[in-house]
Design a protein around this ligand. Structure first.
Ligand SMILES: *[C@@H]1O[C@H](CO)[C@@H](O)[C@H](O)[C@H]1NC(C)=O
Length: 433
C-alpha cells in the first residue's frame, strides 16, 4: 500500500475502538499508522447514550483530523452502504473493514438476535462485497469478531479452532452470531478473517467476569472476609486483555491484506458446522444457510492469552493483589438450604452492592457515579467455561502479547487506568468485621 490505509469499524465503540485507535494513532510526535478511521455504531456520543471513558471521548475530540464518528442504524442496509460510499478524506476507498457488532444482552426474543446480530453482520459483509465489485481489490481484509457464546464446560479440554466440539452454541446469542458467521463466510471472494474471542477484560471495561472479580476483591477486602466462589476451581475462564484483542485484530488484518481468501483458507481455514438450532429456518431469516448446506470454511483464529486462565488462577491473582483468601463451593444440596442459583445470586449481589455503595461513598474523594460495578447478572454466574487453544496467534500470525498472562501487573495496570479516569474508589484500609 503506497498510502496509509483507510479503516472502517462497525460497532465496538464501547469495546474495541479505544484500544485499537490508541495503537493506530499514538501520541505525537509518533506518526499515525493509518490515514483515516471511520467508526459507525448505534450509540450516540453527543449526548452520550451510555458511559464512555474520558480517554475515548478525548481521543475522538482531539483527533478529528483522523477519526470520524457517526451514529447509524446498522439494521438498515442503505445506512451501512452509505458508510462505505461517503467520500473519505483522501478520496480513496476503505482498505480494512472491522465488524465488531453483536447483540450481547442474553434472553431476548429470537427476532431481536436475528435483526441485531445476523442481519447487521450480513448488511456489512454485503456492503463490503459491493465495494469490491465497484473497486476490485480495494478491501484487503474484512474482520468479523465472534463472541464467546459457546459451551466449554469440561474442565480439562481446550478447543482448537477446527475442533467441531468447540462450536456448540450455548444460547440464542450464540446461535445467531454463529449463523451470521456462516452466512458471511459463504460470500464469494470476501477477504474474511474471523476472530473468536475468549472473555475480554482491561481498560474500558467496567464489569463482566475478570473485572467483576477484581471489584469483588476490593469488596471482600473491605468486608474483611474470605471470598467464596461457585463451581469448580478448574472451570476454564480463558481470557484476553483488550490491548491484545485490538493488537490481534490489527495483526490479522495485515496478515489477510497480502492473501486471497483461498490462500488464507489454505493456511488457517476452519470448517464451521451448522448450529443445529431449530430456529434456523428461511421463514425466520431468509438469508440463513440451512444445515443441509453443511460446513463453511473461513480463516479463523481463537483469541485468548497464554495464561490458560481458570477460576482458580484468576481468583489467586485477585486474592494476592487485595490480600483476600478465596474458597470454592459447589452448589451442592444442603449448602444453600435448597436455594436456587437465582436466589443465591440475588442474595450475593445484594450484599456485594451494599458493600460497594459504602466503598464508593467512603472513597477519598467519593466516586458515586463510577460505572464500575461488582454486580453479577445470573448469566455470568451460571457455570459456563471458556476453553480455547490459541497457538495459531503465534505460529501463523506471529503475534507477541502485551499481556501474555492475567497477573498482578495486568490487574494493577487496569486499576491505574481506572484511577486515570477518576473512577476507582480510593479506600485505604479494610474494615475489620
Ligand atoms: C432501523 O432501520 C430498520 C430497517 O430499515 C427499521 O426497520 C428501524 O425502524 C430503524 N430503527 C430506528 C431506530 O430508526
Amino acid at each position: 500500500m503506497a498510502t496509509k490505509p483507510n479503516i472502517l469499524i462497525f460497532g465496538g465503540l464501547d469495546l474495541l475502538v479505544a484500544a485499537l485507535a490508541s495503537q493506530l494513532i499514538p501520541p505525537a510526535p509518533a506518526e499515525p499508522l493509518i490515514s483515516h478511521l471511520r467508526v459507525v455504531d448505534k450509540y450516540s456520543i453527543n449526548p452520550p447514550t451510555k458511559f464512555f471513558p474520558n480517554s475515548l471521548l478525548k481521543l475522538l475530540q482531539e483527533r478529528q483530523d483522523i477519526i470520524e464518528y457517526r451514529q447509524s442504524n446498522l439494521t438498515n442496509p442503505a445506512a451501512v452502504s452509505k458508510a462505505y460510499t461517503d467520500v473519505t478524506p483522501n478520496g480513496l476507498p476503505y482498505d480494512y473493514v472491522i465488524d465488531s457488532t453483536a447483540e450481547l444482552v442474553p434472553d431476548r426474543p429470537v427476532e431481536l438476535y436475528i435483526r441485531n446480530m445476523f442481519d447487521v453482520a450480513l448488511n456489512i459483509a454485503r456492503a463490503s462485497a459491493e465495494q469490491l465489485s465497484r473497486t476490485p481489490g480495494s478491501i484487503k481484509a474484512h474482520i468479523r469478531l465472534v463472541c464467546p457464546f459457546y459451551e466449554h464446560k469440561k474442565d480439562k479440554k481446550r478447543y482448537a479452532e477446527a475442533d467441531p466440539e468447540g462450536w456448540k452454541v450455548k444460547d440464542m446469542r450464540g446461535v445467531w452470531g454463529h449463523e451470521a458467521l456462516r452466512a458471511i463466510a459463504s460470500i464469494e471472494g470476501l477477504p474474511l478473517v474471523a476472530l473468536r474471542t475468549g472473555l475480554v477484560y482491561g481498560n474500558g471495561f467496567y464489569q463482566y467476569e475478570a473485572v467483576g472479580l477484581i471489584l469483588l476483591g476490593l469488596v471482600y477486602k473491605h468486608l474483611g472476609r474470605d471470598m467464596t466462589l461457585l463451581w469448580s476451581p478448574d472451570l476454564p475462564k480463558n481470557l484476553i486483555n483488550i490491548c491484545d484483542f485490538a493488537g490481534v485484530v490489527w495483526k490479522a488484518a495485515e496478515w489477510m491484506s497480502t492473501k486471497t481468501r483461498n490462500e488464507a483458507n489454505m493456511l488457517a481455514g476452519v470448517p464451521i458446522p451448522p448450529s443445529g438450532d431449530p430456529s434456523v429456518t428461511k421463514e425466520n431469516a431468509p438469508n440463513v444457510l440451512l444445515p443441509s448446506s453443511g460446513s463453511v470454511t473461513v480463516p479463523l483464529f481463537n483469541m485468548v492469552d497464554e495464561s490458560d486462565a481458570t477460576q482458580r488462577s484468576l481468583s489467586e491473582v485477585v486474592g494476592r493483589v487485595f490480600g483476600v483468601k478465596v474458597k470454592f463451593q459447589g452448589l451442592i444440596k444442603g449448602l444453600f438450604a435448597g436455594m436456587k442459583l437465582k436466589e443465591v445470586t440475588e442474595e450475593a449481589n445484594q450484599a456485594h452492592m451494599e458493600a460497594w455503595n459504602e466503598i464508593i461513598m467512603n472513597s477519598k474523594p467519593p466516586v458515586p457515579s463510577t460505572p464500575l460495578s461488582p454486580y453479577m447478572p445470573l448469566s455470568l454466574v451460571e457455570e459456563h467455561g471458556v476453553a480455547m487453544q490459541a497457538d495459531r496467534l503465534k505460529s501463523i500470525l506471529g503475534y507477541e502479547f502485551q499481556y501474555p498472562r492475567f497477573d498482578d501487573r495486568a490487574v494493577r495496570d487496569y486499576i491505574d487506568w481506572c484511577r486515570s479516569e477518576g473512577i476507582w474508589p480510593e479506600i485505604d484500609t479494610p474494615t475489620s468485621s
